[in-house]
Design a protein around this ligand. Structure first.
Ligand SMILES: C[S@@+](CC[C@H](N)C(=O)[O-])C[C@H]1O[C@@H](n2cnc3c(N)ncnc32)[C@H](O)[C@@H]1O
Length: 297
């Protein structure tokens, strides 16, 4: 092991021990005077600490805690668009739009699209240009959804926004209502917060229009020399890993196998640079899926 690697490993062990001590102390501390339970801020800190403890240990947790994701993006919402697009060279929505165009060049638009982890709505103008008639978004962060409403007014912006987990958009809207159907489902830079993709891909598959439904999303790829995530650790060949940045990296084989187990077929995968971190490329994949048995492109 190189000296630099030994130092990094020692730092990781020390950081993990600090987080373990913090979590042990936090679980023993009584609520603030006058409160019957720990405050939201307190719970949020504990969620963040346990997520990063899992990241430091390389534990394959199923997803980032909802409270951590909501807190992170609520705080980030006001500067998200400018920071991602202008500072980090974020182009994932455009790359997803290009893949949709490529997969369905002759399709006269889409009836109803679900934008999973829609954030502030960077995909909105691109999806409307592709002829999406009804557009629905879901996100855990109320702050990101507020920005989405500010960015795009009625008629252009989302026709429905759900504040909740990704799969909540697939639930029937009211008691006795049928499950919704989508002919396009997209997720841009969202599955970096979800390790186990089976629940969301299974729900997607169940609500996907057949035979023409289309699913397009990005994932962060396993580490590569010179890439921003080169120190993220080994991603199992057919699996995923929670990297030290608190984001998940998925192997291409894992995405394909999970999609297949959920009744979807991978029709195309491209290797891309999702954005830049500290001047280094963040390597990723854009996956294009169709209902199983209906593969066209
Ligand atoms: C990096 S942002 C991308 C936003 C948008 N898709 C875009 O490309 O600009 C990730 C978004 O996914 C949301 N998110 C992450 N995990 C989620 C989950 N399990 N359920 C719902 N939203 C989630 C976050 O709140 C955040 O707004």
């Amino acid at each position: 092991m190189l000296l630099k690697d030994r130092t990094a490993e020692a730092d990781r062990v020390e950081a993990a021990e600090c987080l373990e001590r913090y979590l042990a102390l936090a679980s023993r501390s009584p609520p603030e005077p006058g409160a019957s339970a720990p405050s939201a801020a307190h719970r949020n800190q504990a969620c963040t600490a346990s997520h990063f403890l899992a990241a430091l240990r390389g534990d394959a947790t199923a997803a980032a805690p909802a409270q951590y994701v909501a807190g992170l993006f609520d705080a980030y919402a006001d500067r998200f668009d400018d920071h991602l697009v202008n500072d980090l060279g974020y182009r994932t929505p455009q790359m997803i739009a290009d893949e949709i165009q490529r997969a369905a060049p002759c399709q006269a638009g889409f009836e109803c699209c679900a934008d999973l982890g829609c954030g502030t709505g960077l995909t909105v103008p691109l999806l409307r240009q592709l002829g999406v008639r009804r557009l629905e978004g879901v996100d855990l962060s109320a702050g990101m959804l507020r920005k989405a409403r500010e960015n795009y007014g009625p008629g252009v912006g989302y026709d429905r926004l759900v504040c909740g987990d990704l799969v909540d958009i697939f639930a029937p809207e009211g008691q006795g209502s049928p499950a919704p159907t989508f002919d396009l489902v997209v997720a841009a830079d969202v599955f970096v917060y979800v390790g186990d993709l089976a629940p969301v891909l299974s729900a997607t598959s169940q609500c996907l229009a057949r035979p023409h439904g289309l699913v397009v999303f990005s994932t962060e790829a396993p580490p590569r020399g010179g890439g921003a995530n080169e120190d993220a650790g080994r991603v199992p060949a057919g699996g995923f890993r929670l990297g030290p940045q608190g984001r998940y990296l998925h192997s291409a084989a894992y995405v394909r196998a999970t999609a297949e187990a959920c009744g979807l077929t991978l029709t195309r995968r491209s290797s891309v640079v999702l954005r830049y971190n500290g001047g280094k490329p963040v390597h990723g994949h854009i996956h294009v899926l169709r209902p199983a048995g209906e593969a066209r492109s």
